[in-house]
Design a protein around this ligand. Structure first.
Ligand code: ZN
Length: 380
């Protein structure tokens, strides 16, 4: 376990890159003498590494501190696909090994399966178990603010499952691995990943939307993940965009999910007898002038744009990231979303929030889960 000052030092280097002792002391508001002891301890443990750098090419090289690759490792476990994905990464997010195991909805069987594969993952990366700091778990559902309990997951059919403790206890009992396990919701995991390593690294106020069969969302405010009082802050999927219209799986009517999710778009295409299995197919049809395809994309895009405009009015984020599968946010749909956003925010707010698409990359979910573990190690 890191002391709070050590954690602060690692955080500054992780977010700002290589730093000298003088830079770090200045940012921490302490003397250069006071910083030498915590830095020495981190160097002795191999958590930090000294590098000589001479940027200007003149004068004495200054010693800077970096987080070395391949020293401390974290495991990400994703419960979001048909199979469980396990990825081992280092503190800089570089991947070293990947494993898969069957996804069971029975928590005990799932824990056994994941538990059996974690030692295989460590062996595949040719590292020691002591180099692994913690495990992050990502799933679709609502997670408590401590990152321990899955309050509800429709996909897994779970209510109040203490999956993080179950896995941690199993690893200790059956594999003699003392690893903390942190649980997080899928969109929040991806937002953490983007904040720690990706497009939102320098951004303190941003929103991330995942466009899939359902619509996920997560919000960073002042550099911190915002959950609200009960963990449901900013769940735009179930904001009402068409009052009293289609019933939603949540029990309400007219939710954004019933109009703009990939599943809803596919269902509308099916009803209109369009040969479209995905949003990209509809885009192709719309581009060739099919009026039904154009109508569906307009309806879905207008509703999503309205929901995002409301997010902008409430939170005023600097950036909105829209994560999607290939073809899920481009062409007419993306254009309509942006037009609808512009039409539904105050004129003075138009164009202030940048919108960037983000493709679901291979292994993006287990990587996001590993980032949750790294985030807890560095930031919480
Ligand atoms: Zn709903």
């Amino acid at each position: 376990m890191l002391e709070s000052q050590q954690q602060h030092i690692l955080r500054l280097i992780h977010s700002g890159g290589a730093q000298s002792r003088t830079d770090l002391a200045k940012q921490l508001g302490i003397s250069k003498a006071a910083i030498s002891q915590p830095v020495r301890k981190l160097l002795e443990q191999g958590i930090l590494l000294e590098t000589d750098s001479n940027v200007s090419g003149q004068g004495r090289p200054s010693v800077r501190l970096v987080l070395p690759d391949a020293q401390q490792f974290f495991i990400g476990v994703s419960l979001l696909d048909d199979a469980v994905g396990l990825l081992l990464v280092d503190i800089n997010g570089i991947a070293y090994a990947f494993e898969q195991c069957p996804l069971s909805r029975d928590p005990n069987r799932l824990v056994e399966s994941i538990g059996a594969h974690i030692p295989l993952l460590i062996a595949a990366a040719q590292i020691t178990a002591e180099q692994v700091m913690s495990v992050g778990l990502a799933l679709s559902g609502v997670v408590d603010s401590a990152g321990e309990l899955c309050l509800k997951s429709t996909l897994l059919d779970w209510v109040d499952v203490p999956i993080a403790h179950m896995l941690s206890d199993y690893l200790a009992e059956h594999h003699q691995l003392a690893l903390p396990v942190y649980l997080e919701n899928d969109a929040k995991s991806l937002a953490i990943d983007e904040h720690v390593f990706g497009l939102a690294k320098e951004v303190n106020d941003f929103t991330l939307i995942t466009l899939g069969d359902g619509i996920g969302s997560a919000h960073f405010i002042r550099g911190e993940l915002y959950r609200g009082a009960h963990g449901g802050a900013g769940e735009i999927a179930h904001t009402t965009v068409e009052p009293n219209n289609l019933p939603c799986r949540c029990g309400k009517r007219g939710c954004l999910d019933t109009v703009s999710s990939v599943l809803a778009i596919r269902e509308q295409a099916l009803e209109a007898h369009l040969p479209a299995d995905c949003v990209a197919d509809l885009e192709t049809l719309a581009a060739s002038g099919d009026s039904a395809a154009v109508r569906i994309l307009h309806r879905a895009g207008n509703a999503l744009g309205l929901a995002l405009a409301n997010i902008i009015q409430i939170n005023d984020p600097q950036l909105i990231l829209i994560a999607h599968a290939q073809g899920g946010f481009q062409g007419l749909f993306a254009t309509i979303v942006k037009q609808s956003m512009a039409a539904n925010v105050l004129p003075s707010m138009v164009g202030k929030t940048e919108v960037k698409p983000l493709l679901f990359a291979p292994h993006c979910w287990p990587h996001a889960a590993a980032s949750v573990a790294i985030y807890h190690y560095l930031y919480q």
